[in-house]
Design a binder for this molecule. Sequence first.
Ligand SMILES: *Cc1c(COP(=O)(O)O)cnc(C)c1O
Length: 248
Amino acid sequence: MTTKSLSEEDLQRRFRDVEENLKVVEERIAAAAEHAGRKREDITLLAATKTVPVEIINHGIEAGIRCIGENRVQELMDKYEGYRKDLADVQFIGHLQTNKVKYLIGKVSLIQSIDSRKLAAEVSRLSQRAGITTNILLEVNIGREENKSGVLPENLEQLLGEVSQMPNIQVRGLMAIPPAGAEKEETFAYFTQMYQYFIDIGSKKLDNVSMQRLSMGMSADYELAIAAGANMVRVGSALFGPRDYSKK
Ligand SMILES: *Cc1c(COP(=O)(O)O)cnc(C)c1O
């Protein structure tokens, strides 16, 4: 996870790419927001930084990225000291195991991937012990895919009820990753369904639940997500280029 394998020339090229990509993504978010009759500032761009070396992430932060998200606990810990945390918010967006929760408490401003009572209970327990409150999103398996993270839509309400009773944990919204490779219309329908849950839950006034964030949309479909009501998009490869897993 260091840049030792990158030559100075490669590094400079990747710096320029990130700057240019960020401009394009920013323009597209602004256009999608305008098209949907919404304000650009109501939509948060989260840079999905898995496999991206810290120097390149920080260059993106210096160019204007204000929110980053990692997928793997170990990778987050390896990179954590290096991030420009004075400028950017650090979040966790990947699949999470209960025994790894301890590494995130107090480190990230939002855990986007809580999908079970057990996981939420561990966040609650460790947050209580640390004397802090942890903000989370509930991840919904909106496509009802097998072997995919996220609570099934029909179990969302029950999970919300359980989490709302737990101390030191606040539900701030919902996250989803619709099935990969679906047609645009189908993806849009999933996003729209998520927006409906977001609005319905928001109207319920549950304890410790405030529907502030609807996190959906990635490089291939963030404009579609904004059209359907997302207020946070998680963009990786459109900012940093194709991911290189070989260095891991
Ligand atoms: C990798 C990742 C993204 C970004 O994916 P891209 O297609 O590269 O934009 C968004 N969300 C999650 C949870 C991810 O793991």
